[in-house]
Design a protein around this ligand. Sequence first.
Ligand code: GLA
Length: 328
Amino acid sequence: MSRFPVLAPLTFGVCLALSPLTQAQDDVKLGFIVKKPEQAWFINEQDAATRLGEEKGFEVVRLAGEDGQEVLSAIDNLNSQGAQGFVICPPDVRLGPTIMRRAEQYGMKVVTVDDRFVNAEGEPMESVPHLGMSGYKIGEQVGNAIADEMEARGWDPEEVAALRITNYELPTAKKRTDGATEALLERGFQEDNILDAPQQNTDTSSAFSAASPVFSKNGDYEHWVIYALNEESVLGGVRASEQYGLTADDVIGVGINGSGAAFAEFSREKPTGFHGTVAVSSTMHGRETAENLYTWVTEGEKPKANTETTGTLMTRDNWEAVRDELGL
Ligand code: GLA
């Protein structure tokens, strides 16, 4: 009995001393906002972040931010839930300064994934930690994969057109299609045969709309190759080529990502014009950005930028092995 009065204040004192740290770690809540919540790439990133949260004991709030308004509401929503920060792939990289102002008002930490914020001058916002792919190099892989397959099929470059689906407002997209173009030209592709289809968005339907008129206006080519910033867009181009009457034998489309959209295409009974895709680990992107942000929130260590993620060519022949290797 006589020990109680002594022990109770002691225990209380110990709890008080420990509470700020334990409290901070127990209550960590991080947002993960993506521009295209229905795309397999982004679902996978959010899944990977959520799994990491379950392992480490923090909560991940998954949100959509398909335009500026939706992103700002998502940030308000996170603030009202007591979140300390968020990872974001923004719907428009030029929203960077606006997004940062709102986050700073709430004292939230921000990490970008995939698409890097730009400032008013169009330069990358270096102060915001970023993780993304090595766009130009991965683009070169796309161009070389197309050139290899053209050679394997014995196509005469004079008779081949390229449908280049572009999105020049997004720097990573431009790097990717520029890399592919350079590689193709180095491999002997005819520059005049490259035809542009500027898309308004980064999804299949905007690519389809951009691609359709290019096919109908250029009926003279025997064969087509198709590339874009991602496989969703290449698939839009392939669907447009099918509508125009082209078959898998006349089309070589190579994408980037290696997500569910590609797996579904490779699983079809008959091959389509979607020849392959350079797979990048969306699992790693989701996990690593969430981990970096968590460490920043709990230990105060600001992450460094990483724009070096590389990729592996995935085709109908090896897609399951590559998928497993990349943990997709
Ligand atoms: C952009 C594209 C996505 C995906 C990511 C990967 O956000 O829109 O499809 O390719 O880059 O970094």
